[in-house]
Design a protein around this ligand. Sequence first.
Ligand code: HEM
Length: 410
Amino acid sequence: MYDDGHLNLLSHDSFAGGIPHKTFARMRKEDPVSWTEGDSETKGFWSLTRFDDIMLANREGAIFSSAQGIRLEDQSQEEYLARRTFQETDGQEHFAVRRKVNPSFAKPVVGQFEEVIRSLATDIVDEALKKSEFDAVDAIAKQLPMMMLGRILGVPDDDLEWLVEKGDALIGNTDPDFTDHVIDKMDTSAYRMMPFRSPAGVELYDYADDLLTKRRTVTEGGILARMMSSEDGLDELGFKNFFCLLVAAGNDTTRYSIAMALNLLAHNPALIAQLREGNCWDTCADEFIRLASPTMHFRRTATQDYELHGKTIREGDKVLLWFVSGSRDETVFDKPNDAVLDRLPNRHLAFGQGGAHVCLGMHLAKLEVRIVLEELVKRIDTFEAVDEPTWTRSNFISGVKRLNVRAKAV
Ligand code: HEM
């Protein structure tokens, strides 16, 4: 879709041709606290698009609360309680669960996966390069996060394709390529108590039930085993929702970050050459993730009236923190739309930095992005796009979902 700088952020179609950066740039400049009218399904909402304002709202978790939902969809209290994870809680309630899950995602713990990731990445790239033309999202970007999800959770490889398909249907619930139940095109009220209001949520709940009742087993030491244990564990509904959160959050986001990197490389051989020089491996993953910013926003709800840039956000109003826009704020980032692979510092907001909910999986995601690119650039002589990529239809999750490339192995 042509971005005239005034696209409606409520419409998923505004994002179907890629992220509307012109619209965000105009909003940052002219209308940083911007109101979008709702429709019959969804109430109106505020958008924060500047880096400093997003940081402020993220810091002030008591005023900008996560505990009434974190996506744009309006939920009744009953729906909220049935579907929430610790991501949809505040303060001590949030901290109590975060403390339990945090150790599994700490940098040194994730660092122990480096060899496994490299071995998987090597196989994935070798397999992809057996063909001279292929869809790089499907053959490369999708594969590594999927395989790693299995290792993090502790579930068998045979289940992964299925889990990822269901995770795609959850998070891609507005895109007909990922679900038959497109949320803004049909009545999905039958699934209103399920994660992402999706029938895939029912199937993932059943899978989680099987884990709990030991009809399926998980690997000792995996995060699910820990969350099922009596000391550290979550209650049944908490476990099922946590499981769905990981299947959704741990997968597409990293896929779309790798896909963004591949898209840029396939259009710009100078970036491949720069990676080959080897001076920017410590910084490039953050830069690709900044540019991708796959979870474009998360929502908060104001718990009191709040004045910002001359506008009054009313208690109960929904406020979207557009991380995707803050990460390209020209007052913070030099050349915000360019891939500056050695950018340092890189204070992007793609992981929701600056608040209590900062992404748990960030170290894992960065490691995956870096290693798969290291293994790719070693093995390619040329790597070029053969047509234009296609993008997710969603105002929540953004990413290249198909990238046909022609590649020559060295
Ligand atoms: C490049 C990849 C990723 C991106 C861009 C990303 C983005 C984000 C963002 C923006 C948040 C903050 C949510 C908020 O403010 O409400 C978040 C939270 C979270 N992420 Fe990620 N994520 C990525 C990868 C992962 C992975 C690989 C996992 C797990 C395997 C994961 C698990 C989580 C969890 C559990 C939370 C909730 C944390 C909390 O509420 O305390 N993410 N992520």
